[in-house]
Design a protein around this ligand. Structure first.
Ligand SMILES: [Cu+2]
Length: 186
């Protein structure tokens, strides 16, 4: 009994580990505020595999929890990670994609109050990202940069208002990935 439980647990872990995430700049992490908003199970799911898709993260159904905004991660847990960025500057990103799934991806500035893209369009878009049929992924899938808008209209000057969001949807896998970098313009 013990042995079979151990084996099935090990297999499960091997199956679910590692799909992809942003490694730099620092992205929002789960914490006590997320446990409060979304339930402890959602935090446990991310701690078990920080690269898993949104679809693997249970929500408690609370109106305070939106897994489809920053994977449910809350600003209150990440105030120390806020990046101060200059309008018009170039921001390099690194990502890891241990299990690629072909599909569209983008990086955009998202208004966290409305979960909508600011400044009109994504800063960077891929029609086809993380194509597992390629022998080697293009270098720009895991190292890329975005140029921030110069005309900010006074937006994104308050910590928590805006995030730089990396979004990727693996079409055949039916898996959605998001990581959010908290920032302010200054
Ligand atoms: Cu995956």
């Amino acid at each position: 009994m013990y042995t079979s439980t151990f084996i099935s647990t090990a297999l499960f872990a091997a199956t679910v580990l590692a799909h992809g995430n942003i490694t730099s700049p620092p992205a929002r992490q789960p914490g006590p505020a997320m446990a409060q908003a979304c339930g402890a199970a959602s935090v446990s799911a991310i701690l078990a595999d920080g690269t898993g898709p949104l679809e693997n993260i249970p929500s408690n159904g609370s109106p305070n929890c939106n897994i489809f905004l920053c994977k449910g991660a809350q600003f209150a847990d990440n105030a120390a990670l806020v990046q101060t960025l200059s309008p018009g500057s170039v921001v390099p990103f690194t990502a890891e994609l241990p299990i690629p799934h072909e599909g569209p991806a983008n990086v955009s500035i998202v208004d966290t109050a409305t979960n909508s893209i600011l400044f009109g369009v994504p800063l960077l878009e891929f029609d086809s990202y993380a194509d597992e049929n390629l022998a080697v992924l293009p270098a720009n899938n895991t190292a890329f940069e975005v140029t921030l808008p110069t005309a900010t209209g006074g937006r994104c000057e308050t910590p928590g208002e805006c995030v730089l969001q990396w979004f990727w949807f693996g079409t055949n896998a039916g898996q959605t990935y998001e990581n959010c970098v908290d920032f302010v313009f200054a």
